[in-house]
Design a protein around this ligand. Sequence first.
Ligand code: ANZ
Length: 934
Amino acid sequence: MDYQFKDIEQKWQQFWAQHGTFKAEDKSAKPKYYVLDMFPYPSGAGLHVGHPLGYIASDIFARYKRLKGFNVLHPMGYDSFGLPAEQYAIQTGQHPAITTEANIATYRRQLDQIGFSFDWSREVRTSSPDYYKWTQWIFMQLFNSWYNKDADKAESITKLVEHFEQNGSAGINAVCDEEVLSFTADEWKAMPNSAQQSELLKYRLTYLRESTVNWCPALGTVLANDEVKDGFSERGGYPVEQKKMMQWSMRITAYAERLLQGLDTIDWPEPLKEMQRNWIGKSTGASVKFPIEKTTHHSSLTTHNYIEVFTTRIDTIFGVTFLVIAPEHELVASLTTPEQKADIDAYITATKKKSELDRMADAKTVSGAFTGSYVLNPLNGEKIQIWIADYVLAGYGTGAVMAVPSGDQRDYLFAKHFNLPIVPIIDIQNIETEADPTKEGTYINSDFMNGLDYKAGTAAVIAKLESIGAGKAKVNFRMRDAIFGRQRYWGEPVPVYFKDGLPHLIEESHLPLLLPEVDKYLPTESGEPPLGRAEGWKHPEGEYELSTMPGWAGSSWYWYRYMDAHNDKEFASREAIEYWKDVDLYIGGSEHATGHLLYSRFWNKFLKDIDQVVEEEPFKKLINQGMIQGRSNFVYRLIDEEGRGTNTFVSHGLIKEYKTSPLHVDVNIVENEVLNIEKFKKFRPEFETAEFILESGKYICGVEVEKMSKSKFNVVNPDDIINRYGADTLRMYEMFLGPLEQSKPWNTNGIEGVFKFLRKFWRLFHNDAWEFGVSNAEPSKAELKALHKIIRKVEEDIERFSFNTSVSSFMIAVNELTDLKCNNRTVLQDLVIVLSSYAPHICEELWTLLGNPAGSLSYAPFPKFNSAYLVEDEFAYPISINGKTKMNLNISLSLDIKDIEAFVLANADVQRYLDGKTPKKVIVVKGRIVNMVV
Ligand code: ANZ
């Protein structure tokens, strides 16, 4: 039979599903291998051809590993809580669970069609209660833990309480809030429970904190940074302001150093590691206290009589000419003198409108306001003005900087703009030779630093500051604690209720805390999150938390659930975790660099600390697949003299002669850049009467590579490709497009070639009448050589994740075998196994036709490469006499030196060259040359 891909693919997809072919074994004598894809958010639009790229690569790898004798875990699931379903619910009233369910069904159908070898018995959905029960459970463990810096790990909060009871707060070295109390054991025990609880909240790894959020009053909700554009909501264009709100936070900063160090132990792309390093942003520097000059109006400055700054250039302290604090700094109000109040207030109001991103990006425009107060330089007593400016971020360092106009460009511009003093100093960080105090521009008031280089100078200043109690060395991280909540409906409820203003965990036995039903997915009239609408949803002791968990909660541990997906006692059994340990290969997009991939590492480290998992890092090897870009097509609308668009369209080759404006046109009505005019007329009602200015009788469209997106009409649906060519062709073609990591435009120019290749492969097993038939004869050397070349190539390629390079090698192999008229069973059977991870359906079919039990192909042993078949068995030896090459002679490589000598001397042509003489000496270099000395 001819290659009937539709029947074949359907048949095998059904077979695999019915027989659970890809079910991973829970226990096995085989070594384990865990291949994971980033699970998708099931959006309403379904999959386009860009989505499966990474999935195809990981599937090839998973199938290959099974052939190599591994017990492979290759699961799939859905990250199914999130905003789009909720937004749709707001518009239509449809429950997000229903839309989510429908979207998942579409995804599943599309994934199944591609022939992935997922173990669907382990499917997870983050929005299903039996899953989010464990997300809530992990939240509870975080709430019940604190970070002990001495042990450098998370520990149980009861251990902290025991310490407080025995020793008070002395001797605790924790990652915690800044304002923790100091108390003795007796004082602790005498504290009312509520005071104890609010103190403990300052230590817990998940805690409530007042944080600045993007608040959109018109939408009644908090927006993520990427939902805000220039101070307005992306959706609706409503004004957004910075607002302080109590929010759940995760103390990820406790793990900053470990997150940084861990990067050196994992096999991830270097650019991605670099992104995480920058995000974590470790800075080594110093913190310095600048005493505030006492004046009458500072009556409210009781606890602080200094401003603390963080600097990475403490060596420049003698060049400080003013201090700048963030407009949100807690001391702004008390530092502002009555004369400066109007200026300061106006400045603060203006700042509120800017997001943190805008503030950092806005480096060129200098702005600020003087508070009217002064600090003193702790080393030379110099009196220094205190300013506020929005380039200083409240959340970084101490929210205050010492400004050195002669060292820092931003400070320089600021000083120039406001006419502040500039004191010259030598930049010892960039100085090439040792600083020379006799030279001009030498340090001012810095005798103890003179002559020192950067390192020694820095150490000297820090020592000096330490000796007078005005400063110390400090390591600072740019990374902030992560906000853990949103004022939305479609997410995990936080398993917490409030009593007397304090949060309490619900009973573990009451998990999962189910998401309640609400009448509308909008905030309440009083501005509370949608959960505030749930009727009768109340804990016996108090009110439930109304915000839900953020999108990253469910995805920060899901790879563990796949190890033991149906466990209702634990998130996964110890046994399963000890067996599967970690993910060996993780494939997904680089857009998750500082989100999912950082949060997952954080939760993993925490779970390791509390002895729930065994590995410090979750994903040993990671590959980022590139994006498949869309190839957009354009038509060009003719513009008339008044500048109005007409209904006439100019072919691309002629647009220079006219005034036109481009318009996206659906790529599905364009073939090889030629517009299908009939279909175009039906594309939109107003095009029915469209007219065209053609070139050579055709309308040629313009082309551009852009992101694949519905709005650009350049989305190619895998279903269409599969319908036309089959899944095996799609799989091979997506790999053929280029290196996995690279972004590349989708174009179908080569797809016919791949399809023809598979047909040619099928043909090897069939005669001219398309009857199946193979021979049992001994394979020829040439056949074995072609086979073993491809065995070696595919093995090498897959092991180094170079999937595209194998595809052309398969084509060469099939061409070679076709030329050899090979229909040899052993050769073809091995070829079937080698190709099967790329094109599994056709290979399963041929495998059964060859007489093997159905479905056993997935676990057949990958053919062993034998280098002997590749060795050329003869060599054309150059035969020389007295160093001069006379001729070449084909000699078997299996002969040893003595035999070669005899073979050469027995040759009639050689004898002719020798002209009756007997050589004095015959030198044979095996595989290289034969030289005779006469
Ligand atoms: C004096 C100085 C002199 C500085 C000089 C730099 C150059 P990184 O490496 O990013 O940690 N800074 C400190 N806190 C800040 C805040 N909240 N907002 C904005 N800027 C802040 O940078 C640390 C440096 O950034 C610090 O060192 C401080 O300026 C500034 F020639 O102090 B420096």
